[in-house]
Design a protein around this ligand. Structure first.
Ligand code: FE2
Length: 669
């Protein structure tokens, strides 16, 4: 007789336990156990509890290879899924092997777990494990399939409804309940005030402050007080939700005929536009990507979104201020260049149109496509191409938690009928066209932060906290990824030999970047350095970059006069004709305003079921060296968190979005 001791741990989140029967089979190099029911007295699988079991076999099974876990399909109570964290098996020889599971298991489902050290395919020797690896990948490829909804956008996973999602990748019950709670709270507040669906126009800008009295942040209050100020307008292109568009300008675009005379009053005495461009103090936001995308018609009335150009000057006080705005790409008499010396409302309107288009581009391109959709591509490729024992699966999978779930919800609620993005000036068709254009122009360099900052000439612009924090995060993520990759791939030839890794990058190239060779995205890896860079980009994008574009939405975008996804009147074509009434006419009506603000509230609310960047409560890696690397990564992030807190305490407008403590490991909302 040989005795195997099992230590079975159930996850500690709410509802993780089960009353269903659980069966287990152990597979060793020299045989397998009987199918054994794990049954002690009382409830066996309670949330957060570890229980011990014994499995007896006729003789030792030799080296322990696999553990098969099965959930009884026939239990009489309603389904209650089980979240199994780990199963640790101590063999008769005294070896303890941890088999990480970390997933929900549904009734009738079984999982086969591999334990111990992470293994690449070229290291695999045992025939049972080689066969298991092959079968696991076949199963994964049939469970997670690519769907092409639009030939010119990143492909998605084939699941259409939340109910179709395998338990292992669905929101936890507690997360679902919290999101539902926020939605109910918003709905009851709006119903109470009778503003939901109201087609009335705002009579006074200050009335908007009454919409959500219970949901105010220090920054949203600040925005509602400072939105008219030029230096705050400039500040937002560096440190609000879309720090991704502004570029240094050394030569004016030919379609933006700003003259020295126009801007002279706004530059320091004795200097010129030409000289300031040479000195690197002039910056440009060019929205040409939106040119000629038709806006939609709402209830018979056209909506508006412009493709403007805005020139900024970084003045000697280190403030970035707008000095000229043109609201359409083609210069003409009906398309004047607005200046800070124009009437207050002309200049306000010009800034409002620029901010509104910036918000549309932010939501469609920099938020939805460049984080959510790409995260889904990376997630699906990882789920399909790597077996769970692969080191890069273990490294990456925590960074895709809840991503497929939120993207299904997003497609349904934001882009579905009545969704906040469908109701924007461009509507679903316009936003889709915008994303198609952005993807066709996307380069690998633009997703790699240090290259992007350099390409936009923003290395030295002062008070650019997004850049300062993001570059440090990139560096820390990069060192962590480098340490992990170098631990498993000791040479470039190992990278070439890893057929699973090569298939992974090829699927991403095909389904994410649509085989666009000019983009510079890799379709295969030849060196360890290439792997490190790409995985750094993936982790940075789904954690830090998503936090930067997602978490400040309520702060900056809930005050509609600071920019709205929907504008109801055309931009001014002549100067001196506008008033505050024109600004109110341009802004969305009461019902549309509250719809947009409600969505932003849900997207940037704080939920409790979060996993901050660099924390890995699920221990996929068993090796002490890897645990040490994670500790070092966490220490660097903690240090950065303290540094950012200190910096923010000295700022009038803090930049909290890239504080590692507030960044999630993955795109979850
Ligand atoms: Fe998001």
């Amino acid at each position: 007789m040989a005795e195997y001791k099992l230590k079975v741990t159930t996850g500690d989140m709410k509802h993780a336990g089960t009353r269903d029967n659980i069966y287990i089979i152990l597979f060793g190099a020299e045989g397998q156990s009987e199918r054994a029911k794990l049954d002690n007295s009382g409830i066996d699988f309670k949330a957060g509890k570890t229980r011990m079991y014994t499995v007896n076999t006729g003789s030792s099974l030799g080296k322990l290879l696999l553990v098969k876990v099965e959930k009884d399909p026939f239990f009489i109570f309603p389904e209650d899924e089980w979240y199994c964290s780990t199963i640790e098996v101590t063999t008769p020889e005294g070896d303890a092997v941890v088999f990480p599971c970390y997933r929900w298991i549904s009734r009738g489902e079984f999982v086969e777990l591999r334990g111990g050290k992470a293994m690449t395919v070229f290291e695999e020797e045992h025939s049972l494990l080689i066969e298991h690896r092959k079968k696991e990948l076949e199963l994964k490829k049939s469970s997670y399939r690519w769907e092409i909804a639009d030939e010119k956008l990143p492909h998605s996973c084939h699941f259409k409804e939340i109910s179709e999602l395998p338990a292992e990748i669905r929101y936890s019950l507690s997360k679902s309940k919290e999101v539902q709670h926020t939605k109910r709270r918003i709905a009851s507040e709006l119903t109470f005030k009778g503003v939901a669906g109201s087609q009335k126009k705002w009579k006074d800008i200050d009335d908007m402050k009454k919409i959500f009295r219970s949901k105010k942040t220090t920054l949203s209050e600040y925005v509602s007080q400072h939105w008219k100020e030029d230096d705050f307008f400039g500040f937002q292109f560096l440190n609000a939700t879309n720090p991704n568009v502004i570029k240094r300008c050394s030569k004016l675009p030919s379609n933006f005929p700003v003259t020295e005379e126009m801007v002279k009053p706004f530059l320091e005495t004795g200097t010129s536009l030409e000289r300031e461009m040479e000195n690197g103090n002039i910056f440009l936001c060019d929205q040409r990507i939106m040119d000629e995308i038709p806006a939609r018609v709402k209830d018979g009335n056209p909506l508006y979104a412009t493709a403007g150009l805005c020139l900024f000057y970084q003045n000697p006080k280190k403030k970035l201020i707008p000095i000229a705005i043109q609201l359409h790409q083609q210069p003409s008499e009906q398309n004047p260049i607005f200046l800070p010396s124009d009437s207050e409302t002309d200049w306000l309107l010009a800034k409002l149109f620029i901010r509104s288009s910036d918000q549309i581009e932010h939501q469609a391109v920099h938020h939805l496509m460049n984080t959510h959709y790409l995260a889904e591509v990376f997630a699906v490729a990882t789920l399909r191409c790597f077996p769970t024992i692969h080191p890069l699966y273990k490294l990456l999978i925590p960074h895709f938690r809840y991503t497929l779930h939120i993207n299904i919800v997003g497609r349904e609620t934001l882009l579905g009928p009545g969704g906040a993005l469908s109701e924007s000036s461009l509507g679903v068709e316009g936003l889709t066209e915008l994303m198609r254009r952005a993807l066709s122009q996307m380069t690998y360099g633009s997703l790699c932060l240090p290259e992007d900052i350099a390409a936009r000439g923003l290395e030295s612009i002062p008070n650019f906290y997004y850049r300062d924090d993001a570059l440090k995060l990139w560096k820390y993520i990069n060192s962590f990824v480098e340490a992990v990759v170098e631990h498993y791939y000791t040479s470039d030839s190992n990278v070439c030999k890893d057929s699973e890794l090569q298939e992974w990058i090829n699927e991403i190239f095909t389904h994410g970047f649509l085989k666009n060779k000019l983009s510079g995205f890799p379709s295969c890896f030849n060196t360890m350095e290439e792997v490190v860079k790409f995985i750094t980009m993936v982790i940075f994008r789904v954690s830090a970059q998503h936090a930067a574009v997602n978490n400040g939405q309520y702060d900056y975008n809930s005050w509609m006069p600071n920019g709205s996804l929907l504008l109801c009147k055309p931009p001014p074509t002549t100067k001196g004709q506008s008033s505050m009434q024109t600004v109110l006419d341009v802004l969305p009506d009461v019902g549309d305003t509250v719809k947009i603000v409600s969505t932003i509230w849900i997207l940037s609310d704080k939920y409790t079921d979060v996993v901050p960047l660099g924390t890995y409560p699920e221990e996929h890696f068993d090796e002490p060296a890897l645990k040490q690397m994670i500790k070092e990564f966490q220490a660097e992030l903690n240090y950065l968190s303290e540094e950012i807190a200190l910096r923010n305490s000295q700022l009038e407008v803090p930049y909290p979005y890239l504080d590692p403590a507030l960044i999630e490991n993955s795109v979850t909302i």
